[in-house]
Design a protein around this ligand. Sequence first.
Ligand code: AHR
Length: 500
Amino acid sequence: MAKLYINPNRKMGHINPELQGHFSEHLGRCIYEGLYVGKGSDIPNVNGMRTDVVEALKEMKIPVLRWPGGCFADEYHWKDGIGDKAKRKKMINTHWGGVVEDNSFGTHEFMELCRQLGCKPYVNGNVGSGTVQEMSEWVEYMTFDGVSPMADLRKANGDEKAWVVDYFGVGNENWGCGGNMLPEYYANEYRRYQTYVRNYNPDHKIFKVACGPNGDDYEWTDTVMKKCFENCGPNHGFMDGLSLHYYTVPGEWEHKGAATKFTEKEYYETLKKTLYMNELIERHLAIMDKYDKNHDVALIVDEWGTWFDVEPGTNPGFLYQQNTMRDAMVAALNLNIFNKHCDRVKMANIAQLVNVLQSVILTEGDKMVKTPTYQVFKMFSHHQDAQLVESFVETSEVGVEDENQIPNLSESVSIGKDGKLHITIANTALNVDYDINGIMIDAAPKNVKAEIIHGPMDAYNDFDNVEVVTIKEFNCIKIDNNDIVFTIPACSIVHIEVEM
Ligand code: AHR
């Protein structure tokens, strides 16, 4: 019997809703087809945004959306995407499949999408191939409400009122597709570009995100932090957040492995690589702490998720992959890790929202499917805006090979605004159920109810079978002598709601 200890009286930090954030790039069928079909489409839409997708994302409680990239961000010139659609420039999306980008989805459309979703916008600026003036004018265009050339242009294009931009990224992956810069060079560029990301709205300060490391590139973090903190006065490195990108790639970059056909060994390897996220967060934070003694700068994991070989027969530049129970497990492990670091990790954005990499939604024509990853986000939404509380679960190792052993259980616990305790716990073992004894310290449970996501590791939802992996009621749980007692089935994720 594994013991799960919960101390509801020991609050560990606020879980920002943005820890369950998302990312949408002009890549493959994410924006076009997946989110935006245009007003004239036969697919039901409001102002061009697919109604089915918008409704599903609202139900999942999407808190924030990053756009327009990704690598696309450092090739994007925002003025190409405003004004009369018929006159907007067409260009080649060189990075992603060489297809024509007609710029019919631009700033106004993105803000309209966020309005419909009720989520915060996270806009990523162009450092790699853009100018300081271009970035500065974009911020003015979006957020300035007075009289100015850019505010007037926005008004002329139909939006009288300025928008709120909550988050702004100053470049993306500038160590790679965003300009192949060295960390010291980027740090100087960051200092210059961010100067002109002005705060025009006194009530909504823009949260500035600097480009952080690729996975375990600790030198990047060290140099960028050091250089940005030099002579910065009270401005904590001129940044509010530093990004981290880390993808779960089960195989090698050239042969990543298939999304739906994989062995038990590959399943455990995938989860082992996912759990590496915890070490990355801890080590990058330790480096940041050398310069940011007051913890003013958050770590922002603005790209994460599984990256497999594309589905056979699809455009390799579109990064389209199916999504199984294994992806659900990857999402649950990562979201539990982010919760446990909620004092320093303030936003995380899975890549990507629709039809690209580890998506929560897949579409085909007018059909839509909610993936197993979607189910996890919906289940974990109870943690949004909650207080993390201290918890600990006894674990043992599971796996099919000595070097790929992983802990059998992963958990996090919070107290929601509803005053209820929310436990999310995953059993990573493929063939073993575990008896759990949930012990509450200095508190007693009055009532429990639970739900489960459960299935074979390779189960998935597709367009002809949309409900293979869904959230189901889980009744095999009871209160016994003030303990919460249940058996967690193999390869499952459970959410328990406790009234105290
Ligand atoms: O999400 C796909 C790509 O992965 C993004 O464009 C880039 O930032 C990262 O390398």
